[in-house]
Write a protein that binds this ligand. Structure first.
Ligand code: SF4
Length: 82
């Protein structure tokens, strides 16, 4: 799971989050653009290209879409247990 102690400061409150690129566990976002390209309603991009959650998914369909991004993230920087 992504590091709950290294959340990006722009995540909107809720269970889903992205981790900061400075995550000491080495699982921070590397700005690969997968998530905010795949689910732009839920994942935003900061000025450095790093991702954060801009809207929490609620419906089963939205959760499924966000889960696909979590599974696709190459560095384990998306969490749903926050
Ligand atoms: S998929 Fe992961 S590494 Fe890529 S932009 Fe999103 S959070 Fe960052």
């Amino acid at each position: 799971m992504a590091n709950k102690d290294a959340k990006h400061k722009s995540n909107i409150a809720g269970g889903w989050y992205c981790t900061d690129p400075d995550d000491e566990n080495g699982e921070g976002c590397i700005a690969c653009n997968v998530c905010y390209t795949g689910a732009p309603d839920f994942f935003g991009e900061d000025e450095d290209g790093n991702a954060y959650i801009k809207k929490q998914p609620e419906s089963a369909e939205d959760v499924e879409l966000c889960q696909e991004q979590l599974d696709a993230c190459p560095v384990n920087s998306i969490g749903s247990d926050g």
